[in-house]
Design a protein around this ligand. Structure first.
Ligand code: BES
Ligand code: MN
Ligand code: ZN
Length: 490
């Protein structure tokens, strides 16, 4: 989708999109002579301009018929929050409508450059689709809309879009692609290759450790998960040095289980296909790193993706096995389906040893229990630092990648003590997301600020929203990008 900004409406054929805030129909002035007729039709449709309400009409425009889409933004919603929804809803409505060009006219409304830019942002995010495996799409299912022109925003919107939001669209798109691809296509090796291809020319540095390299280092927990699969594990390292020389970096660490069968503690068949997106945390880290590089963020950030496939097999690890982690601590593997925390344990140790980060933020589709707690609305946030937690909650609100803070504490930590090793990889059923977080915390070294985002309910959505279609949401990219903008670039 091409997003363009202009001072006035172009000539020729296009669908016109007009936002209407509640009962205030001032924006209809843009319709000139058709204003009365459209307004009367809105009355007959009982259109009240509420958020997400839509009226589609055709008006006579100098002898040709023009499609007009009136989009309600609700009363009292500020342009900043209505903007992405407006762009996203317009794009969704018109994408396969037969129209080639849409003009979203914001003239006369109080949209500043950023709000207008975010109309384009929402439209671009919502237009993303992945038709690679659909060879039999009917003509009327194929997208027709090629360009969205946004008029208004008092100048500067185009520049704002290119500098701030277009890079985030690229990052989110990469994440969605990685998450959408099935596990026979994206596995550790191809994950690395796909990211490498996607970030060419961005200035990101990429490095990948293979099994031999990780064996030499002693990453027994990550490799224990991978050993049942014929797909070799990888540790992907992405570096962005946009900040001052020598500044301690912030580290993002993602769980990248390219398929999670559960291993020997195998999952039930029903719904197991969903576990192709068990690499959503790693996908978000890769997408966020791409976004930061493309917008040349003034920050030093390192992104780590722990990439494995969790399979049963003759060489798979067994319940009861004891593995030695990179940190030297030992783990009794009670349940091979609690594999994400094993991968993260070695990944966070690796990043602390090699990059001395001040702050670590890990993202993982870690537990089914977080879905029981928070449903699909929020990801769970766990942190050893109140200030970091506060900043992330704020970035979550600003970006729409919402977080809800969950507790940590010694009584939960005790639940993962093991009689044979330093710890076991599962606690009791109760508090399952918390004991998973406690497990990761055992690998966080003194003085390092750490936050863990359990996004098991957020990587994939069974229903569409204003900025994404059903499927991969791209959750986490905007959260990390906004955190960097708020905290590291100020
Ligand atoms: N990848 C799953 C978590 C998950 C479950 C994500 C459902 C999305 C939907 C994770 O590896 C897992 O299997 N966790 C187990 C942990 C248990 C064995 C302690 C779980 O949540 O059941
Ligand atoms: Mn699992
Ligand atoms: Zn998993």
């Amino acid at each position: 989708m091409h997003i363009r900004f202009a001072d006035k409406r172009p000539a020729g054929d296009y669908a016109l999109v007009l936002p209407v805030a509640g009962k205030d129909r001032a924006s209809l002035k843009a319709l000139g002579g058709s204003q009365q007729a459209v307004s009367a039709a809105l009355d007959r449709q009982r259109f009240e301009g509420e958020g997400s309400s839509v009226s589609e009409q055709f008006v006579d425009d100098n002898g040709t018929s023009r499609r007009v889409l009136i989009l309600g933004t609700g009363m009292g919603s500020t342009p900043q929050t209505a903007a992405e929804k407006l762009g996203g809803t317009a794009a969704a409505k018109l994408q396969t409508s037969g129209e080639k060009i849409a003009v979203i006219d914001l003239t006369g409304l109080e949209y500043d450059a950023d709000a207008a830019a975010r109309v384009g942002f929402g439209a671009a995010l919502r237009s993303w689709r992945y038709d690679r495996y659909r060879t039999k799409l009917k003509d009327n299912q194929k997208p027709t809309l090629a360009e969205i022109v946004i008029v208004g925003g008092n100048g500067g919107a185009g520049k704002r879009y290119e500098q701030r939001w277009a890079p985030v669209v690229e990052g989110v798109s990469l994440t969605r692609e990685l998450v959408t691809e099935p596990a026979n296509i994206i596995y550790p090796e191809t994950f690395v290759e796909r990211v490498k291809g996607s970030i060419k020319g961005s200035g990101l540095e990429l490095e990948a450790l293979d099994r031999a390299a990780m064996e030499k280092l002693g990453m027994g927990a990550l490799l224990g998960v991978a050993q049942g699969s014929v797909r070799e594990a990888r540790l992907l390292v992405l570096k962005w040095n946009g900040g001052g020389k020598g500044g301690q970096p912030v580290a993002f660490v993602g769980k990248g289980v390219t398929f999670d069968t559960g291993g020997i503690s195998i999952k039930p068949a029903a719904g197991m296909e969903a576990m192709k997106w068990d690499m959503g945390g790693a996908g978000a880290v890769a997408g966020a790193m791409k976004a930061l590089a493309l917008r040349k963020a003034k920050a030093n950030v390192v992104g780590i993706c722990g990439l494995v496939e969790n399979m049963p097999g003759g060489n798979a690890q067994r319940p009861g096995d004891v593995v030695t982690t990179l940190s030297g601590q030992t783990v009794e593997v009670i349940n091979t389906d609690a594999e994400g925390r094993l991968v993260l344990a070695d990944a966070v140790t690796y990043v602390q040893r090699n990059f001395k980060p001040s702050t670590i933020i890990d993202l993982a589709t870690l537990t089914g229990a977080i879905l029981v707690s928070l449903g699909h609305e929020w990801a769970g946030l766990f942190s050893n630092n109140d200030e970091l937690a506060g900043k992330l909650l704020q970035a979550g609100d600003e970006s729409g990648d919402k977080l809800w803070r969950m507790p940590l504490g010694e009584p939960f930590d005790r639940l993962i003590d093991s009689p044979i090793a330093d710890m076991k990889n599962v606690g009791p059923r109760e508090g399952g997301s918390i004991t998973a977080a406690q497990f990761i915390q055992r690998f966080i070294e003194n003085g390092v600020k750490w936050a863990h985002v359990d996004m098991a309910g957020k990587a994939w959505s069974d229903k569409a929203a204003p900025t994404y279609e059903k499927g991969a949401t791209g959750y986490g990219v905007r959260l990390l990008d906004q955190y960097v903008a708020d905290v590291l670039e100020r």
